[in-house]
Design a protein around this ligand. Structure first.
Ligand code: SF4
Length: 159
């Protein structure tokens, strides 16, 4: 049975930067009960505490971070790039360990966002882009969905 890598904050775990969480999501619960779910919070896995200062990617592009071209900064200006990259590496390790081809990651996160992020100005402006972990997974061949695309993944799993 296909395993799915899932952001821990989508599973009700209070790992968001502000100590919050998301959900519940019926399909994620179903996949958990089927034993498909492998969960990760890349920012916590990378060594950051909860709660933590919000962070954004100045270009909105996780691939720029992975290429060493841009740093991930908190709202206070602290450089949290090493933790974000370490978290992406942890997610990649899980993908390899469990032979995972699909992920459901939280939309718009600087780690997990799969098609949009915030633009680095901490003003709520969104740009087309990916978080650091989402970019790393895509580059490794994993198809990344967000919590608004669960039905699309469910359809794929039944094909
Ligand atoms: Fe952790 Fe990703 Fe959720 Fe942020 S969006 S709390 S990094 S799992």
């Amino acid at each position: 049975m296909e395993k799915i890598l899932v952001s821990q904050c989508l599973l009700g775990l209070p790992v968001r930067y502000d100590g919050g969480t998301h959900g519940p999501f019926d399909l994620l619960r179903q996949w958990q009960s089927e034993g498909r779910v492998v969960s990760v919070c890349p920012e916590v896995a990378g060594g950051l505490p909860t709660p933590r200062a919000p962070a954004e990617i100045p270009t909105g592009q996780g691939s720029d971070v992975l290429a060493g071209q841009i740093r991930v900064l908190t709202i206070d200006g602290s450089d949290v790039t090493p933790a974000f990259v370490a978290g992406a590496e942890q997610a990649l390790r899980l993908v390899r360990e469990y032979d995972i081809h699909y992920a459901v990651l939280k939309a718009r996160s600087p780690s997990c966002g799969n098609n949009e992020t915030y633009d680095g100005t901490f003003s709520g402006l969104r740009v087309a882009g990916e978080g650091v972990t989402a970019a790393a997974l895509r580059q490794a061949g994993v198809r990344v969905f967000n919590e608004n695309e669960l039905a699309d993944l469910a359809k794929l799993l039944t094909e």
